[in-house]
Design a protein around this ligand. Sequence first.
Ligand code: B12
Length: 242
Amino acid sequence: MLEKLHLYLIKPSQYDDQGYVVRHWRGVLPSNTLACLAGLTEDVVAKKLLGESLEVKVHLLDEAVDRIPVKQICRSQRGKNTKTVVCMVGVQTNQFPRASDLAREFRRAGLTVLIGGFHVSGYMAMVPGVPAEIQEVMDAGVTVVKGEVEETWGQLLQDAVDGRLKPLYDFINDKPDLYEKPLPVIRKEYLRKFMASNFGTLDCGRGCPFECSFCTIINVQGRKMRFRSAEHVANAVRRNFR
Ligand code: B12
């Protein structure tokens, strides 16, 4: 029986023109996507949605400021009754090549890997079918998630724990109501890696009523604006201030 879950939430960086991974001594802005998924995960763990007795160890890594300990992650599943799930988080188009390289490496070590974010969501929302580069990671056994996951994160993690993830989840037409969803959570030790370590991140709403041809937002988040409640936003500001 599974006793321990290592859940890695990794925001990959990008390659520079010479093929090196871009990483900074200090970052400028933290990743809100990482903070959002950290908040959703805290909620799932607090509600014990993955089972009463499962120990969940959450590891947050932002490759813009962290070195990804690839070998250590690959070994992490060797413990008795232990499973490792790696989530490539907030992957934008510029990060997709790096994300897919990491994802393939983790798959080769037999880990469960998911990938989500604006690239897979936006690209697949705008072209018919599955683009070749996304099909390639799916062929390597990576689960691709299209759309926002505020209402489905618990179920996705449960599928990962049970070993019954599908190759593709498509939530693009099921946009979550954000009103009282868990808030982004930012950790102090993460903020220490940034130039200013005294601020948090928060997306108060998603979606846009305009139709600008150059912007991908409406294809993913839709044209109807969805908001977090004012009380929730105020709580996030108070918590970050503390
Ligand atoms: C805040 C923001 C930033 C911040 C923080 C980045 C971040 N992602 O947190 C900063 C200033 C650092 C930033 C920088 C850049 N950004 Co920016 N940014 C945004 C903005 C305004 C909001 C992002 C956000 O917080 N959304 C809320 C989160 C929760 O949504 P999400 O990322 O889509 O994540 C949800 C789902 O995708 C899914 N999901 C995400 N990851 C995963 C993983 C798994 C496993 C699963 C299951 C699900 C899942 O679940 C999440 C919750 O529902 C968006 C526009 C927008 N309105 O979304 C642009 C946007 C994402 N940025 C964009 C761009 C281009 C950039 C830059 C490349 C700009 C540049 N030239 O330097 C850089 C890249 C920096 C980097 N390496 O990350 C583009 C991306 C387009 C694309 N095709 O990839 C966007 C869409 C703007 C646009 N109009 O085109 N950005």
